[in-house]
Design a protein around this ligand. Structure first.
Ligand code: TXA
Ligand code: MG
Length: 317
């Protein structure tokens, strides 16, 4: 198993050797390596069993550093960056020569973000390079929101996990690209569309479940538990008596099912709390002895859209 530490110096030492470290962010834990070192980046793809056509996000800590890694920043991107960084926003920007093609899977744009976690910001500030980091889960599985989640799945393959506690937001960053200078949302995430639109005006949202490799961030089947997972519209969930079933609900228990077999994402209907609990509850239901998992969609408001996006992709097999 990996060493779980709070030592930023220890993380730097491992990264400086070209090895990988799992890092905390406000969204989910990332599997990080030197973004400018092709060998380190290759290790990320290998460790995650991630296909090489699926590009990585580059993390850095100041807008000035971002400017070194991209060719230009469109006006709309700068406004978003100023409003939302550090935070759960990733921008797709034309990459500079510094970024290896492997990081972007040959695309001309690089996904870049300034995460909002004090330990990781401190780490980024003492490194001489940005960090490439996908979510620290095996490809296609549920994203990790604690150091322990990372250890359960990648602990055998990495040396060190920087422990920054439970992720505050719990779902990945909102990814935004630009078409003719206008923002387009490629992945729903930790900033709700309503928040983005307050700054950017109306934005186009890319249809959620595409398997089009031109838009690699949007693979249709993803975030999936290992056992059969079924998703129903809110209020349509009914008891299944054929096999033992674990239930994931938004805010209310099903009356005919034992409460011990049901997890409520947020008993008070708080969407932030629901987002924070989503991946760890899915993981818990996957690990318990149930033969299958039934889940219901949440209301399509605020982070609810991003939560439903994850649930639909988890159910897409
Ligand atoms: O919150 C997050 O974004 C977390 C934390 C660790 O920062 N990271 C994360 O990384 O979710 P990952 O690799 O699991 O998801 C990044 C997504 C991928 O689906 C990838 O296809 C997409 O971003 N992506 C990366 N670069 C892209 C690009 N140039 N164009 C389109 N999509 C891109
Ligand atoms: Mg991921």
């Amino acid at each position: 198993m990996a060493t779980i530490t709070e030592s930023i110096e220890a993380a730097k030492e491992v990264l400086d050797r070209g090895e990988l470290v799992a890092i905390p962010t406000e969204t989910v834990y990332g599997l990080a390596g030197n973004a400018l070192d092709v060998d380190a980046v290759l290790k990320i793809f290998d460790t995650k069993k991630r296909p090489a056509f699926d590009p990585l996000i580059v993390h850095t800590h100041t807008l000035k550093k971002v400017e070194e890694l991209v060719r230009t920043i469109p006006l709309a991107a700068r406004q978003l960056a100023e409003a939302f960084w550090p935070g759960p926003l990733t921008l797709l920007l034309p990459k500079s020569e510094l970024i290896p093609d492997l990081v972007t899977s040959g695309l001309d744009t690089v996904a870049i973000r300034i995460p909002k976690h004090p330990m990781t910001l401190e780490l980024l500030a003492i490194l001489d390079y940005p960090l490439a980091a996908p979510s620290a889960n095996p490809f296609g599985y549920i994203s990790p929101t604690t150091a322990e989640h990372v250890n359960q799945q990648l602990g055998g393959e990495i040396e060190l996990i920087l422990n920054g506690g439970e992720a505050e937001i719990g779902i990945e960053s909102t990814i935004i690209g630009f078409e003719d200078g206008n923002p387009v949302v490629y992945r729903l995430g930790g900033y709700a569309i309503e928040e983005i639109e307050r700054v950017a005006g109306p934005v186009k949202v890319f249809p959620h479940s595409s398997s089009n490799p031109q838009a690699p961030g949007m693979l249709k089947s993803h975030y999936a538990p290992r056992k059969p997972f079924y998703l129903m519209e809110r209020g349509q969930l009914a008891q299944d008596q054929s096999v033992s079933t674990g239930y994931l609900l938004f805010d209310r228990y099903l009356p005919d099912v034992a409460e011990s077999d049901q997890l409520l994402l947020s008993p008070t209907g708080d969407m932030q709390e629901a987002a924070r609990n989503l991946f760890s509850y899915l993981r818990r239901l996957d690990q318990l002895s149930y033969a299958k998992i039934f889940a219901e969609e949440v209301p399509e408001i605020g982070l609810g859209r991003a939560i439903n996006d994850r649930l639909r992709r988890a159910a897409a097999h």
